[in-house]
Design a protein around this ligand. Structure first.
Ligand code: DGJ
Length: 541
């Protein structure tokens, strides 16, 4: 505020200063009527995120990514906070880079998710400070079955836990001071793909003794198992379960302590794999070998849920490109006790993944890896995800309102699928996909049995807004409406067809579309390859 302003409008200046110092409600993950919602500024929010490449979380690098964030239509940037950067010497904290990154993102109108790279990052200890790395007597590493230390800190160590917890709490306290009035940060990821890569568990004599003893009674009870040793209770996955128990307890304590200081939603991400929740069918997929042991992989989810109540969500990273495996991961992580949250994703499936996650799994957020590279290195690779985000942002109030109901549905092309029929209250809808090289007329004339060698790219979300009213958004498709089978009506026609967007919750029309010319089958909305968002009114007769 300028001096002149304060001089001429002192009361208004005072009111503005008071208002800006007041905090909005803290972001929260709530469950209402069986549905999870991420509340930001008191309203349901859907994170449309991009994750900063993990080596690039420094102010200069992130600022170079600003145009990319804009081009990708993000509302949130996920970025690492490195323990070794904020606490280079024990007890001496440096938040200069932290502050610049956060206030910079805020100036861009973006929200942020902090990724705490503390004890674990991808099953290793690489982002712990040097005073931790170089003192294995004080901060023990996991010892493998051959008696050798590995490059991963032991989850059995109370001393390491204390050091990580102190650093995390100091960061959360600083964050609260810096951000409470603005709520730029909406969630915190505690550690990154935690686990031990290089050994299934710790094999020190003390750990071996615990492993030979009984599984703690609260865990046995929570999992509805019979008491016994780790081997008796968990059989072939006993070593992994043992590691998961100590690891989830450790991370729960870090998260719990951080929330005591500033209670933001906390989640854990997962390098998935292994056993019968296997998402890698083409290799021996073993904990500690091909994926970090002890993380919240699908077959350890019950254990993690029982042992880490301070963790609000468990988010599996999902880079699979085969839609069957991709969706298997989403199926495993969307549970009555866990919202679907994808914070890492990539590759050509990602653009379809956004629509799957939002409509079929009521995701509270979707993030792809490499947000800052979108303009520079990744070029147009992720452009389809950015296009999804553009349309989804414009329809956000409707989407967050209808997620988890049968009024929001998706039709998504996969190989060998030419169309998809969706059933709404008063209408049946047929979405015909237009794969590259085919035009609408060809599709209409040849029917839905189309195959394409190219990556499937047609994807549509349809929201039923009220009787005879729909919001349709998507790409490369035509969407035809008919009165519901068995109703008293034989046909339908368009009454209005408007392109536009929601601004502050209110629909704003930007163009009035023409209704399909000479359509012989019924009212059709065409969605071009670069996407459209259309609100239509229909009538039946
Ligand atoms: C998964 C990890 O969680 C990320 O930190 C990053 O390393 C990506 N893999 C890279 O693809």
């Amino acid at each position: 505020m300028s001096h002149r302003f304060v001089r001429y409008f002192p009361i208004l200046a005072f009111a503005l200063a008071v208002a800006s110092a007041q905090s909005g409600p803290i972001p929260q993950l709530v469950k209402q009527d069986g549905k999870y919602r991420l509340m930001v500024d008191g309203k349901p929010f859907l994170m449309l995120g991009g994750q900063v490449g993990n080596f690039y979380s420094y102010p200069d690098m992130i600022e170079r990514g600003w145009p990319g964030f804009k081009a990708m239509n993000l509302n949130t940037v996920e970025y690492p906070v490195y323990w070794n950067v904020i606490e280079p010497e024990e007890g001496r904290f440096d938040f200069s880079g932290f502050d610049r990154i956060l206030t910079g993102l805020r100036s861009q109108g973006l929200h942020a998710v902090l990724l705490w790279f503390g004890t674990w990052k991808n099953g290793a200890m690489d982002w712990s400070p040097n005073w931790v790395k170089t003192n294995p007597q004080r901060f023990p590493r996991v010892i493998d079955s051959g008696g050798h230390p590995i490059r991963s800190l032991s989850p059995m160590s109370k001393v390491t836990l204390e050091a990580d917890r102190t650093a995390f709490m100091t960061m959360m306290k600083h964050l609260r001071e810096l951000d409470e009035a603005n709520r730029t940060v909406i969630m915190v990821q505690v550690e990154n793909e935690p686990g031990s890569l290089g050994s299934v568990r710790d094999f020190t004599p003390e750990s071996n003794k615990l492993f030979a003893g009984p599984v703690p009674a609260p865990l046995v009870a929570a999992l509805h198992k019979q008491p016994g040793t780790w081997k008796e209770v968990f059989g072939r996955i006993a070593d992994e379960a043992f590691n998961a128990y100590y690891l989830s307890g450790y991370i729960n304590e870090v998260a719990r302590a951080g929330k005591e200081v500033y209670p933001l939603p906390a989640y854990v991400n997962v390098w998935n794999g292994g056993y019968d929740s296997n998402d890698n069918f083409e290799k021996f997929d073993r904990p500690g070998e091909t994926y970090p042991s002890g993380g919240a992989v699908a077959h350890m989810l019950d254990l993690w849920k029982a042992n880490a109540p301070a963790i609000d969500a468990i988010a599996s990273d999902d880079y699979h490109q085969d839609p069957i495996i991709y969706l298997k991961v989403l199926d495993s992580y969307k549970r009555p006790d866990n919202p679907l949250l994808i914070v890492e994703n990539g590759g050509p499936i990602a653009a379809r993944g956004v629509f799957y996650a939002i409509a079929n799994y009521s995701a509270i957020g979707y993030g792809y890896m490499g947000g800052d590279w979108a303009v520079e290195a990744q070029g147009l690779d992720m452009a389809p995800v950015g296009a999804d985000f553009r349309l989804v942002q414009r329809a956000l109030p409707v989407i967050t309102e209808l997620q988890g109901t049968d009024k929001l549905k998706a039709a998504i092309e996969e190989r060998g699928t030419g169309a998809r029929n969706l059933i709404f209250t008063d209408y049946d809808v047929l979405v015909r996909f237009h794969p590259p090289g085919r035009n609408a007329a060809a599709v209409l004339n040849t029917g839905p049995f189309l195959a394409t060698a190219a990556e499937p790219s047609s994807r549509v979300l349809i929201a039923e807004l009220g009787p005879d009213e729909f919001l349709v958004l998507g790409f490369s498709s035509s969407v035809e409406f008919r009165p519901a089978q068995g109703s008293d009506y034989t046909a339908a026609q368009l009454v209005s067809n408007e392109q536009g967007l929601y601004e502050n919750g209110v629909w704003k029309t930007t163009a009035r579309g023409e209704t399909a010319q000479g359509d012989y089958t019924g009212p059709i909305v065409n969605l071009p390859a670069n996407g459209a968002l259309v609100k239509i009114k229909l009538m039946r007769y």
